[in-house]
Ligand binder design. Sequence first.
Ligand code: FAD
Ligand code: 3HM
Length: 375
Amino acid sequence: MSESNGRHAEVAGGGFAGLTVATALAQRGWSVTLHEKGDELRAFGAGIVLWHNSLEVLKAIGAYEPLLPKSMVPPFYETRMHNVTQSKEDFWGLEWRTMTRQDLHETLVDAARNSGVDIRVASEVVSADPAGSVTLASGEVRKADLVIGADGVASKVRDSNHFELERTKSRDGITRLIVPRRKEDLGPGEWDNVIDFWNLEPRVLRVLYVPCNDDELYLALMAPIEDKEGSAVPINYDVWVESHPYLAPVLEEAAKIHGRYDGYQTTVLKQWTKGRIALIGDAGHAMCPALAQGAGTAMSNAYTVAVAATEAANADLPQALVDWEARERQITDECQERSAWFAETRSMAKGNQFTPQMLETARYDPTTREMISVG
Ligand code: FAD
Ligand code: 3HM
C-alpha cells in the first residue's frame, strides 16, 4: 500500500471502470471507498476482448500478470460470410487478449483489495453533489475530494446531476453466453481463432465465436431486435443451427443456458465532469460493441482520470477534471462513432475491418499517451 496523500475518493460502481479507477487512485495514496449496489461483486455478460490500451492499464495497476494464465491470444480474428472466410486479421502484432468477464473482474477485485480500496457491497449511491459528496440509499452522506460515477449505463451519479446526453438505439442486439469449448466435436478447423460468422441471407443471424481459455468459449449471437425468434432467450436452437450448422455442438450448449439479449446503444454526454464529479465507463460513454472497446475505453479513462486528479492541487481539482476530459475525450468519441457506424451498416461482415484507423483506440497507451503505429 502506498503512503497516504490525505485525499479521499468515493467511487460508485464495482464494474471494470470503478475497480480500475479505485485501484489506480489507492496506488497513488488516496483513501478510496467503492460502492457496489449488488449484493456481491460479480461481472455481467460473458466474455470480453481487450486490446493494447486496456492491457497497458492492467500492467500499470499490477493486474496483467495474474490474468495471463486465465486468458488467451487467438492466432487470428477471422471473419466469415456464409461460412466463407473473408479475412484473417492479426492486427500486425498489436496486443489483444480474450478472457471471460468473470476472470477479468476477479483479477480487478484482487488488485483493488491489495491496493487498500474499501469495497462495500449492497451499497447503492443514489445521488452525488459536485461540491464533493455522495448520498447512499441508506441516507448516509459521504464527503469526498473526488467523486467518480462508474455506475454504468443507468448512472445515478450522472442522472442526479442532470448531465445532458443523447442516446441512440440500434436495430440489432446480441445474446451473450459462456459455453464449454467442445473443440473435438466441432471437427477439424482453426477453432482457436476468434471467428465472426455472418449470415445476412435469408435472415440476419451472426455468431461471434470467441475462445477465452482451454475450457471456455464466449458466444455472442446477434439478431435484429424485431426478429423475435433470433432474439429469444434461451436461444431458439432450431433457428440458430439451421443458420450455422457447423456450430451445432456449441449451439446445443448455448441452448441449455438462459443468457440475456441486449440491444446495441450509444450514449454521448455533452460533458463528462461537473465540479468534483467525473463520469467514466458506460456512465459517461456507453457504446456499441463492434470494436470491442466499451471496457477498454472505460479502463483507459479510469486510469487517466486517476493520474490527472492526483497531479492536481486539491483546490484545482474541478479544473483538472475539465482539462482531463479535453485531453482524453476525442479518442473515445471517435470510437463511439466508429462502433455505431459498424452497428448501423453491419459492414464488419465484409471482413478486413480492423484497419489502422479503426484500431486507433486500441493503439493508444493511456499510461504514456503514446500511439503505436501498425500496418
Ligand atoms: P458496468 O459494467 O455496467 O458496471 C457498473 C457497476 O456499477 C455494476 O456492477 C453495477 O451493479 C454498479 N452500479 C450501478 N448503479 C449503481 C449505483 N447507483 N450505486 C452503486 N453501484 C452501482 N467492451 C470491451 O472492452 N471489449 C469487449 O469485447 C466488449 N464486448 C461487449 C459486448 C457486448 C454485447 C456489450 C453490450 C458490451 C461489450 N463491451 C465490451 C462493453 C463493456 O461491457 C462495457 O463498456 C463495460 O462493462 C462498462 O463497464 P462499467 O464499469 O463502466 O459499467
Ligand atoms: C468482442 C465483440 N465484438 C463485437 C461485438 C459486436 O459487434 O456485437 C460484440 C463483442 O463482444
